[in-house]
Structures are given as C-alpha cells and as structure tokens.
Design a protein around this ligand. Sequence first.
Ligand code: AMP
Length: 402
Amino acid sequence: MKFLVINSGSSSIKYQVIDMTTETVLATGLVERIGETTGHLQTTFYPGTDQERESVAEQAIADHDSGMRSALALLTDPEQGIIAHTTDIAAIGHRVVHGGEDFRASTLITPAVLAAIERNIPLAPLHNQANLDGIRVAMEIFADSPQVAVFDTAFHQTMPPRAFHYALPYALYEQDRVRRYGFHGTSHRFVAGECARLLAKPLAQCNLITVHLGNGCSMTAIENGVSVDTSLGMTPLEGLVMGTRCGDVDPALHLFLHQNKGMDLVAIDAMLNKESGLKGLCGLNDMRDIHKAAAGGDERAALALAVQTYRNRKYIGAFMAVLGRVDAIVFTAGIGENDPFVRAESLKGLEAFGVRLDPDKNSGHTGEARIISQNDSRVRVFVIPTNEELAIAREVAGVVQG
Ligand code: AMP
C-alpha cells in the first residue's frame, strides 16, 4: 500500500511516496521555483538503500499543476518502478498549516473541508493558499485516491482557554478568531508517541515536554497525551528564538520601530520573520556555522547561542510549572537531534527540578531515538528524530482505515 505525502508551498512542492506496509520511503522529491524562469526538479528514488539514485532537472515549471505532473512523470517512469499508474497511490496526505478552530484532527478532504481551509486563509495567508493549490491539483491528477488534510495546528486544539487566549479585547477572538493556535503539531504528536513507546507507557498517561528545534522552533507541554500549551501562537512567530524569527518580543516594539525608524508594518513583520532570531543576533542562521564562528571567537555567535538556549530553558521551566509532573523532555528536529551543546545549555540548572543529563549519552550521536539522561534522573530526557512525512502518512492511515 503506497501513500503520497505532499507539502505544497507558494513556489514549491515537496513530496514522498511511502510504502506503508513497511513504512519505507520509495521516493522523495522537490519541485522548486515554480513560476520562475527556471524551475528545479529533484527526486531521490529508494533513499538510504543500496539502490538509491537521483534525478535532477532544471526546467520552467509554470504552476503547481505542471509541477505535480512533472513529478508524476518521474514517479511513473517504468525504469524507476515506483508506481505504474496514479491509482497505485492508495491515499494522499496533505500538510496544511492552519486549520484554525475548525480541525482538531486530520480529516478526509471534502468540499466542506476545502471551504474551511479557505476560510482560514486570513490566519496564514501564504501557507494555506499554497496548501490549497496543492490539494486542488492533486485531487484532479489523483482523482481516485482519498485525500486527507493533516493540520499543523490540530494537535494543539486541546489547549484550554487559559492557555490559548491572549489578554486582548474579547471581541477580537469572537469576531476574528485572534488566539493562540500553535504549530509543528504533527512533529510534537509524532515524537510524543515515540517517547511513550520508549517509556513503555500509554501516551494517555504521559506528561511530556517536546522541544522541536529546527529552522522553526517550538515547545509543547503535553499532559496525559494531549497538548495543553505550546510556544508558537496565532502565527509561527511567538515563543522560542528561531533561525530567522524573533520569538517573544514586547508587542510595543512595533510602535517604537514605526515612530523611531519610520518602518511600516509590512517591513516590521518581514524583519521579525526573516531578519531576526539567530540571524538577527549574529548574521548566521545555520547552527553549524554559528558553532564554528563561536569557536573562532565570534562574540555575537556566542551571544546568539546564549540567547536561544536561555529562552529554551525559560520555556522548559514554565512548562514544568504547567505540568507539575514531567515524565520526559524530548528534543527533536535539526538542532534538537544533532546539537549536544544546545541540549545541555537548555537544561542547565534544572537538576533541582529532577533533570539530570548524562554528558556521555548526550554527546554520542546515533541518528536513532535514544535516552540521554542519567539512570537516576526523575525526568527522563530523550533525543527522538522527527519524521514529518511518516507522521502525516500514519495520520492518513488512521483516517482512511478508520
Ligand atoms: P530542520 O528545520 O529540522 O531541518 O533543522 C534545520 C537546522 O538544523 C539547520 O538550520 C541547522 O541549524 C540545524 N542542524 C542540522 N544539522 C546540525 C548539526 N549537526 N548540528 C547542529 N545543528 C544542526
């Protein structure tokens, strides 16, 4: 049984074909620079196996429809042997960024679901429109395959009002749904499930803090298996220090920048999303480059590390207070999985709260899910690789198989 997972952006489509019987990836691909003079098409067949091979092409890709059709041509190439026909795809999972308050779970796409995703466009204008474009094209090309929407926000719909409300005039919530939603939900849910398995405990009995540190960063407090608070808010800008996004700032900053620097709201928003975070502090946003620079004496790089890890620690402390009992803290995503320094600094000083990291286990690297706390640590600490595509595919399986 083969599933196709699609993540459609404004000028790109990322996809994977996954054999769900073995949960192995048969092909992974990327169509980029859609609508530009030269587009980029890249597909890896049988990644990570001894049959791995790659196809790369530069060609104009007018729109999402032609992008998806070009990808399909590669997937149905008899030489590659991925699929013979569109009907070989048993189901399709679409990553959708914003489900607003309409979706608490992944769902089969119907006209009503499409209308609801469209209704939520004001909450994530660029993302939801791009996701919809991808869904519409896939529904046309793979007309016989059930299509499922998997929302970044759905996992966090269990947050109680005290956690999801901003202290703003209530009418903004009633009329415009201004509230905290949270994102990266598929990743948080996936690593929480894996962690419960490692703890040999039902997820519904686990209290966890999941720490997703990649280009985007977020942290979730999970009580008895459900999200009760998370660091990202109405948009993916609140909370932790990210690659280029600022995380928490004083909201009065906007007025200050407007009055003192003459910046308009669009320029301020672009700065907070694209020129801030680690990049804002030290000019670099790839953690590997930041470590090299810091090791070479770059004080700004050291500062960026200190600001990010301090913010992480502050949120971990806050979420420990939210949860009371914490079974485990889980690190995931590019930085969370690969950076022992960031993990150690983010947990520094938390021994009094029952967190005892094992320095040797923390500095080892296996690429596998593993425990990195000492045997007597009351709060266990894990590194668990996230796998968004597999998480989406499992969600799809849950929906189509009931
Ligand atoms: P993601 O968004 O999960 O793909 O994470 C991307 C980020 O992970 C990159 O920007 C890097 O900063 C970081 N990253 C990847 N590999 C490493 C590594 N070996 N050590 C530290 N950070 C890493």
